[in-house]
Design a protein around this ligand. Structure first.
Ligand SMILES: Nc1ncnc2c1ncn2[C@@H]1O[C@H](COP(=O)(O)OP(=O)(O)OP(=O)(O)O)[C@@H](O)[C@H]1O
Ligand SMILES: [Mg+2]
Length: 248
């Protein structure tokens, strides 16, 4: 479904991606792990076209992403941004229904609101929050509003950038189950970025570890424990000693 071939991206003197190769099969859940600042979020932004790679190709369904009609291309995607990226002047329901209120996916307003409330329930929020502004919610609630927005238009590809960061363990479990359900029941292709190893085990079919600008290791989630890769082993066990320096 999604193929990155030799993708490079540099910001000034900082060569973030140095030849990323990654294949995400249709209907599978890929989890990307890796240290802070290694370029995980940038990878997702490159696929979406929010950041333009310096070199390399990205294809979705066999088509190069640069050559597609932007509106049609993006209509297939849902994205939970790491920082939430909610519109602070819009009430919660209009954030969730944002794409259902305009553009190619537009619906009548009452229908868009009803869908927003249903999606809010799916992420564990009651309809009471619908008319609040994002600033009136806790950080974890804002995160879930971002999740509800990502799934609102029933996309067939969804990216979740740190979906459980800042949530209590029970709510994190609810969100992990929801992501798994979306992939299994709806056949969605998902890429999730997380630092939470419980999430990785709950969500992933496959795991890819980004380190030093390349995919250091990739494979089925069940192969992660006995990979024999010193970088992956250090990362998943959170050890201070190993080939990955703590200073970045
Ligand atoms: N627009 C930008 N301009 C300049 N540098 C950027 C820009 N966006 C990201 N970077 C740099 O690219 C690197 C990778 O950033 P990215 O957000 O992808 O990290 P990450 O792996 O998602 O980290 P984290 O786990 O902390 O979220 C960082 O060094 C960051 O400073
Ligand atoms: Mg990030």
């Amino acid at each position: 479904m999604i193929v990155l071939t030799d993708v490079h991206k540099r910001f000034g003197a900082n060569p973030v991606l140095r030849g990323v190769n990654l294949t995400v099969p249709k209907g599978e859940s890929m989890v990307i792990i890796g240290g802070s600042g290694t370029g995980k979020s940038i990878c997702l932004k490159c696929i979406l076209g929010l950041v333009t790679p310096d070199h390399g190709t990205i294809t979705v369904d066999g088509k190069q992403t640069q050559n597609t009609n932007r509106a049609q291309f993006l209509a297939r995607f849902g994205m939970l941004f790491q920082g939430g990226a909610l519109f602070d002047s819009l009430p919660v329901w209009q954030n969730v229904a944002f794409r259902l209120l305009r553009g190619p996916l537009k619906r009548p307003k009452a229908e868009a609101r009803a869908i927003a409330i249903e999606k809010l329930r799916r992420v564990g929020l009651s309809g009471d929050v619908a008319d609040h502004l994002p600033s009136e919610l806790s950080g974890g609630m804002q995160k879930r509003v971002g999740l509800a927005r990502a799934i609102a238009a029933n996309p067939d590809i969804i990216f979740f950038d740190e979906p459980t960061t800042g949530l209590d363990p029970i709510m994190a479990g609810v969100i992990n189950d929801l992501i798994r359900e979306i992939v299994v029941d709806l056949g969605v292709t998902a890429i999730t970025i997380t630092h939470d190893m419980t999430s990785v085990r709950a969500i992933a079919d496959r795991v890819a570890m980004l380190h030093d600008g390349v995919i250091q290791w990739t494979g089925p989630v069940g192969d992660m424990e006995n990979s024999g890769d010193p970088y992956l082993t250090q990362f998943i066990h959170g050890r201070a000693d190993g080939p990955i320096s703590a200073i970045r």
